[in-house]
Design a protein around this ligand. Structure first.
Ligand code: 1HN
Length: 341
């Protein structure tokens, strides 16, 4: 691969004439735009310790009332992108959100898609499209694009959850905006109840269902039981993993980011295939080592980390007698749709 001409090789008056016409020569930047063999990444392997986040988030509870925050969140920002960009990877935003007893985060809706993975506390709920979804540790709750959502808390201890949004992508597309709303009326019908039984879906005779997102809440008990059943049923299976899907279509639960739960058997080491999308790991239960290229971190419950696409990732359960459970988010649905997976 030979060297291409540099900007400095061009006469100053020629460069100025190009600039005047909003023109740029391609060749000085061609190699940077299309690096040989493998993409370059701003995303860095980054680890966030819950032990470090938790006191800072509770302090935010003292410093900033909910009315002054609307959403009280500390964003898990990847330094490779610059912290001010508030992104974990090209398409993923991660944040830890705190809701205190009695607080209410008012209704709004927006174009980016969100999910919440509940980290600690009981008694909070999020109302999405009129469905009041109780929040318990390990539950996954979807807030798909355009649906009204608000959070309330009837318990007596702080509730903390991990938000995952495709905000960086939607913002980059110049498609990110929100609308404020009134407190939602709560419907009696709940997708997590009527779609909770595998293989059985509502099939009404008299009324066509037209919900794009029939299931908004995926209780942790169901995901955990599915993983344990899979591990028992297929003892040779290397990756004991389930995908959060839309129960009516079997497609990924959302269009841009993919969501998964993974179980490591006691003592198991799992080498993941090297793939194009960036990936995020959050430990729900147990203890594990996450090795990303030559960087290794021991992660404990509620810790979070991310890896850029095309990196070698190995997960190891550090316990020899208990399983470890991860919540994983990645950019696979987006890469597949773009044809770059
Ligand atoms: C949002 O609406 C929530 O509703 C949380 O809890 C985090 C980050 C960026 C944009 C919108 C929420 C968000 C957000």
């Amino acid at each position: 691969m030979h060297e291409l001409g540099r900007l400095a090789d061009l006469p100053a008056d020629y460069r100025e004439a190009l600039t005047q016409q909003n023109l740029v020569p391609l060749w000085p930047s061609l190699r940077a735009m299309l690096p040989p063999g493998r993409p370059s990444a701003k995303t860095q392997a980054t680890f966030w310790s819950y032990k470090a986040i938790r006191p800072l988030l509770l302090k935010a509870g003292d410093l900033t009332p909910i009315e002054k925050a609307e959403r009280r969140v500390l964003v898990l920002a990847n330094p490779g992108h610059g912290l001010e960009k508030m992104q974990a990877s090209p398409a993923m935003y991660l944040g830890m959100q705190l809701l205190l007893p009695g607080e209410w985060a008012p209704a709004h809706r927006h174009t980016p898609n969100a999910v919440r993975m509940i980290v600690e506390g009981e008694g909070a709920y999020t109302t999405v499209d009129g469905e009041k979804c109780p929040m318990s540790r390990g539950d996954l709750i979807l807030t798909p694009t355009g649906l009204w959502h608000e959070h309330g808390h009837d318990g007596d201890q702080p509730v903390i959850w991990l938000d995952v949004l495709d905000l960086p992508l939607v913002y980059y597309m110049e498609a990110s905006y929100h609308v404020d709303g009134e407190r939602q009326a709560v419907k009696t019908s709940r997708g997590d109840r009527i779609c909770a039984h595998g293989g059985l879906l509502p099939a009404p005779f008299f009324q066509r269902r037209n919900k794009s997102y029939p299931m908004l809440r995926y209780p942790w008990g169901e995901a955990r039981a599915a993983l344990e059943a899979l591990a028992v049923d297929q003892p040779e299976l290397e990756a004991v993993q389930v995908t959060y899907v839309n129960p009516e279509t079997g497609d990924d639960a959302q269009h841009i980011l993919g969501y998964y739960a993974l179980m490591l058997r006691p003592g198991q080491t799992l080498k993941l295939p090297v793939r194009s999308p960036a990936i995020m790991f959050h430990l729900i239960e147990g203890g594990a080592e996450v090795r990303i290229e030559d960087q290794s971190n021991v992660i404990t419950e509620a810790d979070t980390c991310c890896a850029p696409g095309y990196s070698a990732v190995t997960l190891r359960n550090t316990s020899i007698d208990a399983p470890a459970f991860f919540f994983i988010a990645d950019e696979t649905p987006l890469h597949r749709k773009l044809g770059v997976f």
